[in-house]
Write a protein that binds this ligand. Structure first.
Ligand code: NAD
Length: 509
């Protein structure tokens, strides 16, 4: 049986890693316990900040904006380059904190920090490519163009399951775009946040950038709400549940602020008769059971052709039975713990509802290691065979439950893929080019991410990341997602000496 580390051991590792990143543990100490999902015991206690601390952080960041927006973008890039170097140097420290606070296995925690390094590199390049356009003017002696300018303070609210990468996607891009950042991290991962912020503070000090460019406010939903309502936040980038987005979106819209919402997903993979079932099995198992089912892009539904469903189910179920479940810090573990008892309860409730709605549990669902650590929630990832897409399948349950549904025509498969309120990620496993293109086309998957022959999770930073419908419509990270972080101006320059009006309008005086 896997043994779990002691509370003292985890606490020591957390303190040492945080201190190496530059966290002042005495200054951040307080009465709010941070529980490690690894053993269910208290890791450390931190001080939560208040709404007025959040307002003060926005004021400081606004002052920094006055200076930062006039710094040339490639010079702003030098700050992000330094941040990337420091992240590389402290990759293991940050990954340790991520594992301890949210239970990611070491390889995935290192991958999360690598994603931070990657987005820094992307943003440094971008700092020389914030291109506007020159547009053909209809008037002689006129030049029409678009320019992009810093927008203002960016507020970032992040979820527990990507406790640091999501901040970096926003922050690296915001900084090169000329925007300071105020961050409200998940209350479940304050040390990872303080460590990331300490590394950025160091980069700021070393490159001579304004001291208040980066602010982090540790606290609960009330601190997030303070950012949501603060008119000093020009762009509010909020990642979390659809419930949170439903509270945040209208409030930001009400003050005519900009929001970028990255919310829940309910991602499906279609497995067609021509699919390579070995490849599909590997893609499915990583996407569905990896991160213990706690990614926004986790595969939650397999829609398999009736001719392959039995064989696919056999393969996936057999892979599930051999998944190593245990401490995320142990080499070889592939499935770590759920974040909390409430995540475990929502998984059990969903399994019960699935049974009541006609589902048959094919594998998993039971708790593991409960005796070794009563406060930690390790589970066997579950597979549930359904005959139709019932209410419980259409909800996002943030735990490793994979629903498997049959289909007979590709139209039916695409309709099932799209018939959920969320629209984040999707994929098709096929060797049929026509089916693949159909899935990616205008009447195919309605998701922000549509893949062929890979699973639904594990996106690269180079593409714009986000989804449609109840996933919120936001796009972060690569491609041209940077435009959301800038103010666009259309400029008309008249060098003709005359004053011709557009559309041939005459207004002679
Ligand atoms: P959550 O919604 O409980 O919390 C997310 C963050 O929002 C936390 O920092 C929390 O304090 C804050 N918050 C909660 N209510 C708020 C309010 N009313 N106003 C302002 N802030 C508020 O989510 P979670 O449990 O931490 O994360 C899991 C969820 O996040 C899942 O639904 C997952 O799909 C989603 N997620 C989405 C993406 C994406 O990119 N689409 C990425 C990661 C996670």
């Amino acid at each position: 049986m896997t043994s779990l580390p002691t509370a003292e051991d985890l606490s020591r590792r957390a303190r040492e890693a945080a201190e190496r990143c530059g966290v002042d543990l005495a200054a951040s100490a307080g009465d709010r316990p941070v529980t490690s999902p690894v053993n269910g015991e208290v890791l450390i206690s931190v001080r939560w900040q208040s709404r007025s601390d959040a307002d003060a952080a926005v004021r400081k960041a606004t002052e920094a904006f006055g200076e930062w927006r006039t710094v040339p973008a490639p010079v702003r890039g030098a700050l992000v380059r330094r941040l990337g170097e420091l992240l590389r140097e402290h990759k293991e420290d940050l990954a340790t904190l991520v594992s301890l606070e949210v239970g990611k296995i070491t390889s995935e925690a290192l991958g999360e920090v690598q994603e931070m390094i990657d987005i820094c590199e992307f943003a440094v390049g971008l700092s020389r490519q914030l291109y506007g356009r020159t547009i053909a003017s209809e008037r002689p002696g006129h030049r029409l163009s678009e320019s992009y300018h810093p927008l203002g303070v960016v507020g970032v609210i992040s979820a527990f399951n990507f406790p640091v990468a999501v901040w970096s996607w926003n922050t690296a891009i915001a900084l090169v775009c000329g925007d300071p950042v105020v961050w409200k991290p998940s209350e479940l991962a304050p040390l990872s946040a303080l460590a990331s912020a300490a590394l950025l503070d160091r980069a700021i000090a070393e490159t001579g950038a304004p001291a208040n460019l980066s602010q982090v406010v540790i606290g609960g939903a009330d601190v997030g709400e303070a950012l949501v309502g603060n008119r000093g936040i020009a762009l509010l980038s909020a990642t979390g549940s659809t419930r949170m987005g439903r509270a945040v979106g209208p409030r930001v819209a009400d003050r005519f602020g900009r929001s970028l919402l990255e919310l829940g997903g309910n991602n499906a993979a279609v497995v067609t008769p021509s699919a390579d079932l070995d490849l599909a099995t590997r893609g499915i198992v990583f996407s569905a059971a990896g991160t213990a089912g706690q990614r926004c892009t986790t595969l939650r539904r397999v829609i398999a052709h009736e001719s392959v469903i039995a064989s696919l189910l056999d393969r996936v179920a057999s892979a599930y039975r051999s998944l190593p479940i245990g401490s995320p810090l142990d080499a070889g573990t592939l499935v770590g713990p759920l974040i909390s008892d409430s995540a475990y309860k929502s998984m059990q409730d969903a399994l019960l509802a699935a049974r009541q709605q006609g589902g048959e549990i094919i594998a998993g669902g039971s708790r593991r290691l409960a005796e070794a650590a009563p406060g930690a929630f390790y589970v066997e990832p579950a597979i549930v065979r359904m005959t139709e897409q019932t209410d419980i399948v259409r909800q996002e349950t943030f735990a490793p439950i994979l629903f498997v549904l049959p289909y007979s025509t590709i139209d039916q498969a695409i309709a099932l893929n799209n018939d959920v309120p969320q629209g984040l990620s999707s994929s098709i496993f096929t060797s049929d080019l026509g089916e693949a293109e159909r899935f990616l086309g205008p009447d195919g998957s309605d998701c922000g991410i549509a893949n062929v022959n890979i699973g639904t999770s594990g996106a690269e930073i180079g593409g714009a990341f986000g989804g449609e419908k109840e996933t919120g419509g936001g796009r972060e990270s690569g491609s041209d997602a940077w435009r959301a972080y800038m103010r666009r101006a259309t400029n008309t320059i008249n060098f003709s000496g005359a004053l011709p009006l557009a559309q041939g309008v005459k207004f002679d005086i």
